[in-house]
Design a protein around this ligand. Structure first.
Ligand code: GDD
Ligand code: MG
Length: 368
């Protein structure tokens, strides 16, 4: 079975994490995000993947290559400029099979695609959308269905005045019959699958499949951290989560731990935790991360090569590769530090502050 993955968005809501790194390959608990999708698709018989890229496409290709390390055949289509979700689909038409899965490239999920496919075959649908219940549907595509699972209405990001009488939203996982592409504007046009194609297919073979299981769109910093914690706690079915369930801590070679490490935690190669420092729980560190004496790291992600100075506290933060944080700082509560940031000592960053790549802040520059 084939899958088309949309991975061409600019991921502005995840900047500065995505300022230089495309969202599909942003590391999540030690592996590129998209590898979780490939693992999930593989469990449902997908062996051929077409990746629809645009923004920072070379970055995706450099990390994923031909897909052999993930056990799938991986091909890329690269839009010269963003064509929208529907435009990306039409642009990939020449590579597509008669029937294929299509996925938004930013969902962490373990919903049952095989059951969705079985329903698609049973109903004879032309397209079947996975639907998932969420607390606040207004940020998603709202979908109302009839009792026979056919879609009654598809309303992308309903405004505040819209009547919201269902919590079922578009989960960004579709099964599509290639023949529906014949109805779309020609390749090269900007098209929204949510605003143009799906509303046009209502009453004409568009069905919804009510999925259950774990589902999260990782496209904001809060949700990226949530996904990190959920993988570590085993709330979503993943290989790394299963390994953590047995061990609580996954350490790669060369870790030097003089302080304390509290699980769940995942540490890359060459990490060092100095004496009196405490790391964990729910901490992910990339390769060569150095935590100096007396520092405290909790519920945070520190990418490759980060250094945290003595007695600094990092809680609920995302710290980009190569960042150096000085001594006696507080970095907390949704703070994001872009790649290469230099933060002098005695700084307090909090409440979702985002510092863009390579910025240097002197000692004591920011306090709350
Ligand atoms: N190739 C390509 N070209 N991909 C794109 C483009 C484009 O122009 N625009 C967006 N994408 C990709 C993004 O990279 C992402 O993987 C996916 O399409 C969805 O785009 P988002 O920007 O993340 O959309 P959203 O999260 O606001 O809303 C979508 O997902 C929700 C579920 O997470 C919609 O499909 C909603 O209906 C849905 O509920
Ligand atoms: Mg999204």
């Amino acid at each position: 079975m084939q899958a088309l993955i949309l991975a061409g968005g600019q991921a502005t809501r995840l900047r500065p994490l995505t300022s230089r790194l495309p969202k599909p390959v942003v590391p999540l608990v030690g592996q590129p995000f998209i590898s979780y999708m490939l693992e999930w698709l593989g469990r449902h018989g997908v062996d051929d993947v077409v990746m629809s890229c645009g923004f920072l496409a070379d970055g995706v290709r450099a990390v994923l290559g031909d897909g052999s390390q993930f056990g799938v055949r991986l091909r890329y289509v690269e839009e010269p400029e963003p064509l929208g979700t529907g435009g990306a689909l039409k642009f990939a038409e020449d590579l597509l099979d008669e029937r294929f899965f299509m996925l938004n490239g930013d969902v962490l999920t373990d919903i049952d695609l095989s059951a969705q496919l079985a329903q698609h075959e049973r109903t004879g649908a032309r397209a079947t959308l996975a639907l998932i219940p969420v607390e606040d549907p207004s940020a998603y595509g709202l979908v109302r269905t009839h009792a026979d699972s056919s879609v009654e209405e598809f309303l992308e990001k309903p405004g505040p005045d819209a009547e919201i009488d269902t919590n079922l939203v578009n989960a960004g996982a579709y099964i599509i019959e290639r023949e529906v592409l014949a109805e779309m504007a020609p390749a090269g046009s900007v098209i929204s699958i949510e605003r143009d194609l799906f509303p046009a297919l209502v009453s004409r073979g568009l069905h919804g499949y009510e999925a259950s299981g774990y589902w999260l769109d990782i496209g904001t910093p809060e949700r990226y951290l949530q996904a990190t914690f959920d993988i570590m706690e085993g709330l979503v079915h993943t290989a790394v989560g299963s390994r953590l369930a047995g061990a609580a801590k996954l350490l790669h070679d060369g870790a030097l731990i003089s302080g304390r490490l509290v699980g769940p935690a995942v540490l890359g190669e060459g990490c060092e935790i100095a004496r009196d420092a405490i790391v964990g729980g729910s901490v992910v560190m990339g390769r060569d991360v150095k935590i100096e004496a007396g520092a405290r790291i909790e519920r945070s992600v520190l990418l490759d090569g980060v250094t945290v100075g003595a007695r600094t506290r990092v809680t609920g933060a995302i710290v980009g590769a190569g960042v150096r944080i000085g001594a006696n700082c507080h970095v907390e509560d949704g703070t994001m530090l872009g790649e290469g940031v230099r933060l002098g000592s005695e700084n307090t960053l909090s409440a979702g502050v985002r510092i863009f790549p390579d910025v240097s802040l002197p000692d004591g520059a920011i306090r709350f």
